[in-house]
Design a binder for this molecule. Sequence first.
Ligand SMILES: [Fe+2]
Ligand SMILES: [Fe+2]
Length: 229
Amino acid sequence: MSSEDRTVSQTTDGAEAGDTEGGRPKAAAGREDERPKAAAGREDGRPEAAPGTYLPGDLDREARLARMLRVDHAGEYGARRIYEGQLAVLGRSAAGPTIRHMHEQEAKHLETFERLIVENRVRPTALQPVWHIAGFALGAATALMGEKAAMACTVAVEEVIDEHYARQAEQLEEDQAALKETIETFRAEELEHRDIGLEHGAEETAGYEALSGAIKAGSRLAIWLSERF
Ligand SMILES: [Fe+2]
Ligand SMILES: [Fe+2]
């Protein structure tokens, strides 16, 4: 008999002995002792939670907030990198100051979420190194296709971010008003970026629909991944 087998058989023997002799009465006595305490409830009048259970929504809410902050931090990080990629190509062109303005706003959005993930002890996405490269590459690649393609990229990304922030604002509860306000403020600025893109001829880009569709699909995938990983 190996030592592992012995461990298993001893455990089984012990359990049988407990059922027929000392185990049951002891467990019953333990429950009796705890019941009056549970029935008395908590000082705030809410019923005592059974051991090993959570009050409805407690954990979900915390997990939901962590997910929101993680994805928003990731998104703003990616957005800043996209504009950095665009600036690397178009920084000295006529579109330079416009792109720099959007880049500065993204940097502020990112700063805010950097603070919020630290305050709420939320780990950043594990995919940050990917967004570091992918964001810059997307910005630079579209900028290399021309100013209008860079603007088409901005419009596509900002439309997805707008949907995303609108959904989050809806999900936030009354006591999360500060975060809701932050998200609404940023959302308005993302829409301003979208409008800047449209004013700069985004839709005149050759193959606009295909380019826009591909960037939107990629952005939605990035959101999905950053919420989870
Ligand atoms: Fe942003
Ligand atoms: Fe933006």
